[in-house]
Design a binder for this molecule. Structure first.
Ligand code: IPM
Ligand code: MG
Length: 356
């Protein structure tokens, strides 16, 4: 089993190193190969997604990804910006299904900014379509405004679009995920305003016929944003497009109080996937040894479960994370009085130790 390790920028290398440590003590034969990506890719090869890095990712059975982005790359032209690496990997590897769980660990019940009764026991799954929508729709750019009150001025524009097959395949992923959970699916759209998302609603409704055991509800994205903070536990699985999913998944992650705990999986049609923490590269704390490695370690667990068919190893890692939390170990982002503050390395070592 070959795993491509793409640490990236900022805290990426520190947190990925902890996940690699964990993978190496499982007693499995993994072939791990690293390559630069994001700003590190640009620095090494002049491109955020160097050809050799893309080739490695394509050849591997799974990709473990850290995070990309750093201040010194902020003023590069768009095509060379670190974010293009993750967008390019998603598109080129066909990773259309993004699974972002938001789970509140009982040990961290006080970490949320919401009242404990609103969030305790929270366990929801956001499924975000990841290779379509306004993120990738053509045409896009800056042009001369062709009509209306601002005719003749410059205007920026993007294209929101979804093909039927694109909606069908993400709907199938979502219904099947719901079948394995509480059998409730909320499809989030903006059908009251956007043609693209009326079409989305129609297709999801049609796919539902194949999953009569799942309860489907449709919800407008603005209402979904409200319900996510009002009564988040009412949700089980949410499915939505790329843009709405980007926003709602950040919002959902903060219900748990700490984005530093949340893993994610981006899967293709054959369950090959890229696994990354839901948080970013946090350049402000990079190199200080204080970042929380648990989201990346939990991403490695998701990788074992979804792409490498090693569910029992995934269970072991998840149990080890619970153990270190129960021991009271906390990185700064989840620290509270009465617990023990540890750094990135110490946290990684504690997980390794808990694995026995
Ligand atoms: C995410 C990030 C990316 C996105 C950026 C870095 C391009 O925000 O994974 O949610 O918008 O998809
Ligand atoms: Mg985002």
């Amino acid at each position: 089993m070959k795993i491509a390790i793409l640490p990236g920028d900022g805290i990426g290398p520190e947190i990925v190193a902890q996940a690699v440590k964990v993978l190496n003590v499982l007693g499995e034969k993994f072939e791990l190969e690293s390559a630069p990506v994001g700003g590190a890719g640009y620095a090494a090869h002049g491109h955020p997604l160097p050809e050799a890095t893309l080739a490695l990712a394509k050849a591997a059975d799974a990709v473990l990804f850290g995070a990309v982005g750093d201040y010194q790359y902020d003023n590069l032209e768009r095509a060379l910006r670190p974010e293009q690496a993750i967008l390019g990997l998603r598109k080129q590897l066909g990773l259309f299904a993004n699974l972002r769980p938001a789970i509140l660990y009982p040990q961290l019940a006080n970490a949320s900014t919401l009242k404990p009764e609103v969030v305790s026991g929270l366990d929801i799954l956001i499924i975000r379509e990841l290779t379509g929508d306004i993120y990738f729709g053509q045409p896009r750019g800056v042009r001369e405004c062709p009509d209306g009150a601002f005719k003749g001025q410059r205007e920026g524009f993007d294209t929101m679009r979804y093909a039927e097959g694109e909606i069908r395949r993400i709907a199938h992923v979502a219904f099947q995920a719901a079948q394995k959970r509480d059998k409730r699916l909320t499809s989030v759209d903006k059908a009251n305003v956007l043609e693209t998302f009326q079409f989305w609603r129609d297709i999801v409704t049609d796919v539902h016929k194949e999953y009569p055991d799942v309860a489907l509800e449709h919800m407008y994205v603005d209402n979904a944003a409200m319900q996510l903070v009002r009564a988040p536990k009412k949700f089980d699985v949410l499915v939505t497009g790329n843009m709405f999913g980007d926003i709602l998944s950040d919002q959902a992650s903060m219900l748990t109080g700490s984005i530093g705990m949340l893993p994610s999986a981006s899967l293709d049609a054959n369950n090959k996937g890229l696994y990354e923490p839901s948080h970013g590269s946090a350049p402000d704390i990079a190199g200080k040894g204080i970042a929380n490695p648990l989201a990346t370690i939990l991403s490695a667990a998701m990788m074992l479960r979804f792409s490498l068919n090693k569910a029992e190893q995934a269970d072991r890692i998840e149990a080890a994370v619970q153990t270190v939390l129960s021991q009271g170990l906390r990185t700064g982002d989840i620290y509270e009085a009465g617990t023990t503050k540890v750094g990135t390395e110490e946290m990684g070592n504690a997980v390794v130790k808990a694995l026995g």
